[in-house]
Design a protein around this ligand. Structure first.
Ligand SMILES: [Zn+2]
Length: 178
């Protein structure tokens, strides 16, 4: 079977077992996706984030704008606050953030302030993305920290979680009329 990692996602019956390599980034993105599922359960826009250091999660969060009635309660902000509390430090040495959606301007700013060395996001955000789409705050050379950036990891799954959520919301909004 060579050096492949079995994915939990494709549980096909034998003889159709499918093996493919899941990269480390994809595996951490799975953790961020689990956070996004938590948001979905609470009828929040499903975005999730984790902060990883030395192979373990030191902070995680999911979007809680509605439950907290706080426009800043994005997954990334919650994950950064949790990680800083866990570390007992505002310094994020050797850390990477994984988030299912391209961060907005606020979160990209927070990532720069936290000096997070590496950012990996899933789906691109054409409406608010500030890590390459509308702006690229995390790599702006005028700021005093630049972030190593990888976008589009597990983008299809991260994006479909969002589009399915909005489709369901629209359907609900239309409830009874159809
Ligand atoms: Zn944000």
């Amino acid at each position: 079977m060579r050096d492949t990692v079995v994915s939990k996602r494709l549980a096909l019956p034998p003889p159709f077992s499918v093996y493919f390599i899941m990269t480390e980034d994809e595996r951490w993105m799975e953790s961020a996706l689990r956070e996004a599922e938590q948001a979905k359960k609470r009828k929040e826009v499903p975005v999730g984030a984790v902060v990883v250091q030395n192979g373990r999660i030191i902070g995680k969060g999911y979007n809680q704008i509605e439950s907290l009635q706080d426009p800043t309660a994005h997954a990334e902000m919650i994950a950064i606050t949790a990680a800083a509390a866990g570390l007992g430090s505002r310094r994020f040495e050797g850390c990477a953030m994984y988030v299912t959606l391209e961060p907005c301007a606020m979160c990209a700013g927070a990532i720069v302030l936290a000096r997070i060395p590496r950012l990996v996001f899933g789906a691109f955000d054409p409406k608010a993305g500030a890590c390459g789409t509308l702006f690229n705050i995390v790599q702006d050379k005028r700021l005093n920290h630049q972030v190593e950036l990888v976008g589009g990891i597990s983008a299809e799954r991260c994006g479909s979680l969002l589009s399915e959520f909005f489709a369901a919301m629209r359907e609900k909004g239309n409830g009874g009329k159809s």
